[in-house]
Design a protein around this ligand. Structure first.
Ligand SMILES: [Zn+2]
Length: 136
């Protein structure tokens, strides 16, 4: 078990996902829909912006196709996706929490820290809680 996942779950093919509402907005705003990074995070199944279920494509996220370009627009043309298929997920509190936290992590700027600074930070935090001595 790794990260709370069983081995059988890890082997499962992960698919690129998209939000039907983001597609409409992307096309209106940029002239083309694109794969959103925040939709691809592991465990994310809801759009952080529209609170609707993401739709799985049939494009696997793996290294076999690393030299191929799969644009979302081409995928949608090939599959004739029907935009009426939008499922609200605003009542899925656990999933919304995961989505919001993933979005924050992907879009915040962390200060650059070396391994020594990270160690010092954690030792300091442990000392604050009385779980480490001054020598660490
Ligand atoms: Zn969306």
């Amino acid at each position: 078990m790794m990260l709370g996942l069983t081995a059988s779950e890890i082997r499962r093919a992960l698919l690129l996902k998209f939000c039907p509402k983001c597609i409409v907005e992307d096309e209106e705003g940029y002239g083309e829909a694109y794969w959103h990074r925040s939709h691809q995070a592991f465990g994310v199944s809801v759009c952080y912006k529209h609170m609707c279920r993401l739709v799985d494509s049939d494009i696997e996220v793996d290294q076999r196709h690393k030299h191929e370009m799969f644009t979302l627009n081409n995928y949608l043309k090939r599959r004739s996706y029907i935009f009426e298929t939008v499922f609200d997920a605003s009542d899925a509190k656990r999933e919304l929490f995961i989505v919001q936290q993933s979005y924050l992590l992907l879009n915040c700027e962390f200060p650059l820290m070396g391994i020594d600074q990270i160690r010092e930070y954690y030792v300091f935090k442990l000392q604050e809680k009385g779980l480490a001595t001054e020598s660490g």
